[in-house]
Design a protein around this ligand. Structure first.
Ligand code: XMP
Length: 325
């Protein structure tokens, strides 16, 4: 019988048998999959697992704190947080091409992750070696990549550029047979809070690919504010389960004329991209209630400096992708 209880029991046993007394690490992205995978492995091997969270400064408002507090509180996991904001900003300076941004973010992520792994080993040199790497690979990921095993099925698209192949970890992938909704049920059963389990998808490169133009600290702060407002209002309207996700995009290289307060402004547009989807392969734009859109628009233009226009993306996928970059 398929029950979340059985899945957890089976995986806990398998993971214990596999890992023995060795150690494992798991990169946390803030997303559902890595969180549930980590919680499952934590249940199996406890302090033999260390989670690594790379704060690249491209996260949304409150996300780093959510990992630091809620996730640790719910699981008791050992967490290593690496503040890499400067490093990512420096690497992204002057870059506007989307693919180049993605490659840079992936590369920097790998470097920080490797460094963290070396530190974990150095901090407890007498301990068992770190031999295992936990991945939140789901069944659809396995299928899409041809059912292969090992690092070959880690798509750069889904893992912030992937992990270096020469790390030579043995992989633990406890969610390999599960679909997203099943992963959510397992997470719930493991006691993870709703804010983590019901999270909508968010891309690994984060807000870095939601700024059309160069990524700077100021622009990230501005987009973080606009995104927080949109999320707050969508949640307040009870729409979180109706939409797949709603990217909020800053057109940093575009300016338009507005009138705010006493005078003329020359600010940036914010794009709302609410979509409905089953699996993100195809998507349709969500017909959000006008009053919700109006509220989001009013609040963003009132509360976010340098933004004087909010526009709605009414493109399906295809032809548009969900993210703008
Ligand atoms: P697109 O833009 O290709 O996005 O229609 C499809 C889904 O994938 C998410 N996405 C990513 N997720 N790393 C991720 O983990 C990435 O680099 C990435 N790029 C896009 C996107 O948010 C949507 O859910």
């Amino acid at each position: 019988d398929w029950t979340t209880g059985n899945v957890i029991e089976e995986q806990v046993e398998a993971i214990r048998a596999m890992v023995g007394n060795k150690r494992a690490i798991c990169g946390l992205s803030g997303g559902v999959d890595s969180a549930v995978a980590a919680a499952l492995v934590q249940k199996a091997i406890g302090s033999q697992l260390t989670c690594v969270y790379v704060d690249h400064g491209l996260m949304r408002k409150g996300e780093t704190e959510q990992v630091e507090k809620d996730f640790v509180a719910a699981t008791g996991v050992q967490l290593k947080v690496v503040d890499a904001q400067e490093r990512f900003l420096t690497a992204l300076a002057g870059v506007t091409d989307p693919e180049e941004k993605r490659k840079i973010i992936g590369r920097e992520f790998i470097r920080v992750f490797e460094q963290a792994q070396a530190e974990i080993v150095a901090e407890a040199p007498g301990d068992q070696p770190v031999e295992f790497l936990v991945q939140g690979t789901l069944y659809p990921d396995v299928v899409e990549s041809g059912g292969g095993t090992g690092t070959a099925n880690i798509k750069s698209h889904h893992n912030v550029g992937g992990l270096p192949e020469d790390l030579e970890f043995k992989l633990i992938e406890p969610l390999r047979k599960l679909f997203k909704d099943e992963v959510r049920m397992v997470g719930q059963e493991l006691g993870l809070p709703d804010e983590i389990v019901q999270r909508q998808p968010f891309p690994g490169p984060g807000l870095g690919i939601r700024i059309v133009g160069e990524v700077t600290k100021e622009r990230l702060d501005l987009l973080r504010e606009a995104d927080a407002i949109a999320r707050e209002e969508l949640t307040a309207a009870g729409l979180d389960r109706d939409i797949w996700q709603c990217p909020v995009v800053l057109l940093a290289d575009v300016r338009s004329v507005g009138v705010q307060g006493d005078g003329r402004t020359y600010g940036h547009p914010i794009v709302l991209r609410p979509v409905s989807s089953e699996d993100a392969m195809t998507a349709d734009w969500s017909r959000l209630p006008y009053d919700v859109l109006a509220k989001i628009s009013t609040r963003i233009t009132n509360e976010v400096r340098d933004v004087n226009r909010v526009v709605l993306d009414v493109t399906s996928k295809p032809p548009g992708t969900i993210e703008w970059e």
